[in-house]
Write a protein that binds this ligand. Structure first.
Ligand SMILES: NC(=O)c1ccc[n+]([C@@H]2O[C@H](COP(=O)([O-])OP(=O)(O)OC[C@H]3O[C@@H](n4cnc5c(N)ncnc54)[C@H](O)[C@@H]3O)[C@@H](O)[C@H]2O)c1
Length: 370
């Protein structure tokens, strides 16, 4: 029986600690997976889609356990899924979020945040009901992490650490960014501010290229005006996915999962890949990149800026503290990753996962065992 229940998702010595099925309202179902709370209460987003599955929520919760541990946060990993299409109209969604909040009130070791289909107003409703949520509106003490570019800042700090270790030179470095959203656009901005040359960017509709470097502030203005990057007058329009194979020092995949696969990883001509999206490369692609000498900094190290920002918000900190903490943690973690890679013949994913597991084991020794 136990095998049947757990077969749908990964269950091992790390977790999940709890898988809770909820019926907050008639015709509304939700699931919360609290994967591991060794380091502290689990932080993880609330995903609202009609197609979300328990296995997906469990996999995302595990990814949060590893990311929070690798980032050095006093938080475990969790995630929840609400089986509903996000509403365009605020009122019914608010009712649903308030019902969800009441349903998770007793799960005090889970702190929800925004994810696909939910936003800061959803978190405001949850917080109003149970006094527990991150990713809140600024007026309630939230730090608008996507607007400020917390994850993009973290990616640039990761590049700083690579430069400090002489892996690359940032001044004049050619950068390619896939996805010009909250993560990619700010990564381009922060890297350009460090003297890098952003030679190509893409969004879902197309891409733009300029060998001498795109004018990133002008691109951001065009984005704010609602223009797709392919229409940018300061660059040459090109096929969306062609930019992934350009020769460059830094490739930032910041769109979706599984972009780099066993079939195309051999075409990557970047010297380093900083994973802006979650799992933008399959395990096989990461192995191929490693064999080819391309340093691929895993998502759990490189894109932790958003969750570090959320953890600072949870403690009442503001923007400056969040950006300082992101810099400190991501630089230190990238440096530790490089040390581990230099010390042993391991791939970056293996080394990053070992960093997270070491922290979890060390913390576990302080927990009650009887
Ligand atoms: N927002 C964060 O702080 C954060 C933190 C960690 C990880 N992530 C992950 O990073 C990814 C991007 O997040 P975001 O917040 O920037 O999302 P977003 O919706 O703001 O931006 C996504 C961008 O990718 C583009 N895009 C989509 N499909 C594409 C494709 N096939 N080729 C090129 N561009 C494409 C979109 O047009 C858009 O510009 C997501 O997978 C998200 O889960 C986000």
């Amino acid at each position: 029986m136990v095998r049947e229940i757990t077969a749908a998702w990964q269950a091992d010595e790390l977790g999940p600690a709890k898988v809770v099925f909820l019926r907050p309202m008639p015709r509304m179902a939700a699931v919360v997976v609290i994967d591991n709370v060794t380091l502290g209460p689990a932080i993880g987003g609330v995903r609202m889609t009609p197609t979300v599955s328990v296995a997906e929520v469990a996999r995302l919760a595990r990814a949060m356990t590893l990311k929070n541990a690798a980032a050095g946060l006093p938080h475990g990993g969790g995630k929840s899924g609400i089986y509903l299409a996000p509403s365009m109209d605020g009122a019914p969604r608010e009712r649903e979020m308030r019902a969800f909040a009441r349903a998770i009130e007793q799960l005090t070791d889970y702190i929800p945040g925004p994810d696909m289909g939910t936003d800061e107003s959803c978190m405001a409703a949850v917080h109003d009901e149970i006094g527990r949520a991150v990713g809140l509106p600024a007026v309630l003490g939230g730090i608008p992490l996507d607007e400020l570019g917390a994850t993009g800042h973290g990616l640039a700090c990761c590049a700083d650490a690579l430069a400090a270790d002489k892996v690359l030179e940032l001044d004049g470095a050619r950068v390619v960014v896939q996805g010009f959203g909250a993560v990619g656009a700010h990564a381009a901005r922060f890297l350009a501010e460090r003297g890098a040359r952003v030679i190509a960017v893409s969004d879902v509709l197309g891409a733009t290229y300029r060998a001498s470097g795109l004018d990133v502030p002008a691109l951001l203005d065009a984005k704010r005006a609602g223009e797709p990057v392919g229409s940018f007058r300061g660059g040459v329009r090109c096929e969306r996915d062609d930019i992934l194979w350009l020769e460059c020092e830094i490739l930032v995949p910041a769109a979706g999962p599984d972009v780099l696969t066993a079939h195309n990883a051999g075409r990557v001509r970047a010297r380093t890949v900083l994973q802006g999206a979650n799992i933008p490369a399959t395990a096989e692609a990461e192995r191929i990149l490693h064999q080819r000498g391309v340093l691929c900094v895993p998502d759990i190290i490189a894109n932790a800026g958003g969750v570090i920002c959320a953890a600072v918000e949870q403690r009442g900190g503001g923007r400056a503290q969040a950006f300082g903490t992101i810099e400190e943690k991501i630089r230190a973690n990238t440096a530790e990753l490089l040390d581990r890679l230099a010390a042993a013949d391991v791939a970056p994913r293996e080394a990053a996962t070992a960093m997270a597991l070491d922290r979890l084991r060390t913390a576990a020794a302080y927990r009650r065992h009887f």
